[in-house]
Design a protein around this ligand. Sequence first.
Ligand SMILES: [Zn+2]
Length: 429
Amino acid sequence: MDQKVKDLLLSEAENHKDRLVNLVSKLTQFDSYIGDEKEIAHFVKDELNNIGLDVRTTDVDHDLIKKRKEYIPMPEDTSYEDRPNVYGTLKGNGGKNSRPLYLFGHTDVVPVDENTTWKYPPFSGQVDGDKIYGRGSADMKGGVGVGIVALEILKKLNLKLKGDVTGQFVIEEEAGGNGTLFAALQNEFLSNGACIMLEPTGTHQIMVSNRGAQYFRITVPGTEGGTEYHREIDSAIDNAYMVIKIIKKFSDYRESVVDHPLYKHERTTKVPTAVGRIMSGAWPSTIPGEAVLEGTIECLPGENIDEIVEEFHKFILSEVSDFEWYKKNKIKFEKFGLFFESGITDPDHEFIKILSKSTEGVDLEKPKIIGGGGSDLRLPVNINKCPTVLFGPGGGPIHSVDEWVSIDQLVKMLKICLLTAVDWCELDG
Ligand SMILES: [Zn+2]
């Protein structure tokens, strides 16, 4: 890129710092829980219209997404009316080999725990030093703000790019990705394009993959009776404890055999399998006849989650087969709820090189290329073959008390988006 253009982009980003801070603060003031994205969607739409982009909104079609294996089950009466995905496109000049760039954000946030006390009210969007506080400030109103202001600057500079730059602002990411699934099914991501999901990774790392995951439920039998019989009958809780030990054994086994270059950074677990929930018992003096374990099993890129779940199921059956209680009553194994396929963007893809390079001149060390956990990345990657990364402004306690996003990170990410847009979409002439 021409040094003049680069300097112009960097100085425009600096000049838009206050605008960006104000916008992210405003976005954080929406309590846009899943199902309540209407108001913020309309706010974002108005912002994109004010910039002068081609703006579209689409309500998610529940019947359409339901038919797909990637669908995350939602209650039957979930309404997708007027809580749309919002898109704003800065049209490029097009032509042969023009490549679109997608700046992606989700508008929903996870709930605030009513029993917690925050430094500032969770939907205040309070600015304090380098931080903007509030639920969703980091995850990911900060990313949404960066996407909008990047488009605003590109439009204002009238740079004549070949490829389109589109801001994509979807709903319901925190529930598992139905908003993105719908966008993918609508071909909002093209295979010759590239997508930055501006999730709060921080600018020191680019995530190019996500693990696959599946919720499981194991119903463990026992024999019901009063506690005075506890030496004679088998408690479902005791039996469930044996099953938990088997699950831990499987988890250790997976950890020892599975390997992937992008997951070397993980501290103690690169591929989790664990129980997160136990339900059993109706009365303190009754031995329960049934216990239910629910948990998550995951897999790394290159693995098929269905096959790993099948292996897990067989492992459990073979381990429990010798237990006396199992000979009387079988356990029940089910998959339910959350289902993620693994997904990966080639770390050597040209887009990753351009993105990494754009951090030079932004006063940043070259970011590490790593693998991530569960995310929406899998959807554009697997459905649309669109190279996609997670890379966005970092902050603190995501999904937790006193969540904040760093203003310094917002500005750096804005610069990175601008430089990447010009290098990837290319100047015409
Ligand atoms: Zn997020």
